[in-house]
Design a protein around this ligand. Structure first.
Ligand code: SAH
Length: 372
């Protein structure tokens, strides 16, 4: 990527509001924003010269001050179950992974919000790769832009993105500044037009971020729980030391209290002998008692070097039944794309040293706490 390009505005990551402000600065009418959204996100056009309903003068002006720059794929892997994983290049030589999971009647795109992750969950392979940086909004929405274009090419428009989940690399609630415009573009009828409930934000439990989301968003919230007690959860999700279960559950309740139609999905990765016993099922029932929620059990996906193993099917089934007995809808997530390492927790990023990662995570968390 040339230096000049990175200094001009990348219109790919601007939502309608931001595009209107951009055009206002150029002395143009706000409706230009609507035209641009459609050209970029619905027609997949990145070259201003092809935007035929803009005047030649405006097209030239745009070419001077802006670009529409999307990520490119360095590697495409297709699973035998139809899952497709892309390794996409982002600025500065970083790479992130994006996964498309086709199912009957729907297609889910799993996107990344950061290059690597700083949370260090002990059962997640992204964590073992360290944290490099936050993605910008154009790099986040760029994954959706790229996947839509590529799927149209690969399947002649048959496979479509109907759902988007922030369950790839990174912690979306530690990068809300960039995630928010991407969410707004996902919803915009002139871009992807997804209903808010078709977009899920998954968090390891960043309490101030949950509170921020609670106000005025209708996006679906998933919370990665994995354990019903603090001592066990701390071993799996170190962030639990900062936001213990009492704080996390209080934030979930505040989120739910904003709107009685809301519900939360609790993700629970099942690890053999560690968090899959009847005592934990009981603990989970107590913890979630009376909350409008759903539990999604995820079989642990192994990766090289992990000491953990997945729970066996019978144990998972028993656990599922035990939680269901409390009247909580409990499902077991089917593992998809594991033959191409595209399943949950198998996505890999680029490296920073552990000490650098600790420094950055502390700074981020401090900033979050101040912003709350
Ligand atoms: N940081 C966010 C989103 C990324 S992870 C979060 O923590 O929610 C998406 C989901 O995959 C989370 O529930 C995470 O705990 C789970 N996961 C991570 N590694 C896994 C693994 N090896 N096997 C199964 N699920 C895993």
């Amino acid at each position: 990527m040339s230096e000049t390009i990175s200094q001009v505005t990348n219109l790919l990551g601007l939502d309608r509001h931001q595009l209107e402000a951009f055009f206002a600065e150029l002395g143009e009418k706000p409706f230009r924003a609507r035209q641009l959204l459609q050209w970029i996100h619905q027609r997949g056009v990145v070259d201003f010269a092809q935007m035929t309903d803009l005047s030649a003068a405006l097209r030239n002006r745009l070419a001077d001050v802006a670009v529409v720059e999307a990520p490119r794929s360095i590697k495409e892997s297709c699973s035998k179950d139809g899952t497709i994983k892309w390794l996409l290049t982002e600025r500065g030589g970083s790479a992130v992974e994006t996964v498309f999971i086709p199912e009957t009647g729907r297609g889910t795109l799993c996107i990344s919000s950061q290059v690597g992750c700083m949370l260090n969950c002990t059962f997640c392979s992204t964590a073992t790769q360290g944290f490099k940086r936050n993605l910008s909004s154009d790099e986040i929405i760029g994954q959706v832009w790229f996947a839509s274009q590529r799927l149209a090419e690969l399947t002649a428009g048959e496979a479509r993105i109907t759902n988007v989940v922030f369950m790839g690399m990174g912690e979306p609630l530690l990068n809300l500044g960039a995630v928010q415009p991407a969410l707004s573009i996902l919803r915009d009828d002139l871009a992807y037009g997804l209903a808010a409930r078709k977009v899920t934000i998954s968090t390891a439990g960043v309490v101030p971020g949950i509170d921020q989301l609670a106000i005025g968003t209708e996006f679906a919230l998933a919370v990665s729980l994995h354990a019903p007690t603090d001592d066990l959860r701390e071993r799996l999700v170190p962030l639990n030391r900062k936001y213990p279960l009492s704080d996390l559950m209080a934030a979930c309740k505040r989120y739910l209290a904003h709107d009685e139609r809301r519900s939360i999905t609790f993700e629970y990765t099942m690890i053999n002998g560690l968090n899959d016993q009847p005592a934990q099922a009981r603990g989970l029932r107590q913890l979630l008692d009376g909350m409008p929620c759903k539990v999604n059990l995820i079989p642990f996906n192994p990766f090289p070097g992990t000491p953990f193993e997945p729970s066996d099917d019978a144990t998972m089934y028993e656990f599922q039944m035990a939680v269901r007995r409390a009247g909580i809808v409990t499902t077991i997530r089917k593992t998809r794309g594991d033959d191409i390492a595209a399943a949950c927790g198998q996505l890999v990023g680029e490296l920073l040293s552990p000490s650098e990662r600790r420094r950055i995570v502390q700074a981020q968390l401090a900033a979050q706490a101040l912003g709350a």
